[in-house]
Structure formats: structure tokens, C-alpha cells
Design a protein around this ligand. Sequence first.
Ligand SMILES: [Zn+2]
Length: 156
Amino acid sequence: MDPIITAPPEESKPSWTNLLKCRCPRCRRGQMFTYANPYNLRTFMKMNETCPVCGQLFDIEPGFYYGTSFISYAFAVMLSVASFVAWWLFLGFSLHDNRVFFWMIANAFLLVAAQPPLMRLARTVWLAFFVRYDPHWRTQPPPEAERFNPDQKNAW
Ligand SMILES: [Zn+2]
């Protein structure tokens, strides 16, 4: 029989693009963040303690999310390069006017406006470096977090 038809659809491996939607890297289904709206600045970084679908711990060791600064830095550089190229193609740069400074100002606003979703994405990507997709997430419990310390929660 065709395995595609016999496999129950909920066991199929979700696409890695689910990480762009800030889903848990272990099951690629559960939401990492408690609230959907990244622009509610009071709550946008509030994370679920564990994955609501597979139970994966999200804060796996004290200060774990310090490492996201490398990822968000890379995202900021990529976004700046993209906006530079777009500006160059559509508006152009010249040595005889101030267009390059207008781009810098516009890019600064763009970077600030893009921060909330980029900060969330940086955490998701950072966690995905350490937590891989587990095809047996439904039947196997998530690995014990040896370095988890409840007293040091949210310590970053
Ligand atoms: Zn999960």
C-alpha cells in the first residue's frame, strides 16, 4: 500500500518553515510564545514554559537565550543588506545628493519596527540549534534537561 496514504496525517513531518512561525523545533507544532501578536510590547516575549504539544522545555539552561544576540545581529545585517539592495534598485544612490543618508534613516526605522518579530524568530532559531526535530515526539518524552534550574528561570 502507498505509505503516504496509510500514514496518519498528524505524524507527517511538518516543514521547517514552521520555525518561521515560532513553532517548537522538536515537534514543529506547538507555539513557543504565549501570545500571537508580536507588537503587543508588554507580552510579546512571554514564552510558554514547555511546548503545549510535545512537552519540550523551552528555557533549557540558565541564561540560555543570551545566545540569541548573535542570531538577531545576523538578521539585522541581512535586513539592512536587503533594504540597501532594494533602495539601490528602486531609488538609486548617488555621490551628488543625500540619498544614502535617507536610506540610513529609513533603514534604522525599519530595523526598529522589525525588532519584535525578529527577536522571536531569533529565539526560535537559537533553540533549533540545540533541539532537533524528533520524529517520535508523540510517543517519547522530551529529553531530561540536566542543566535546567528552576531558581534561575528567565535569567538573561
Ligand atoms: Zn513541541
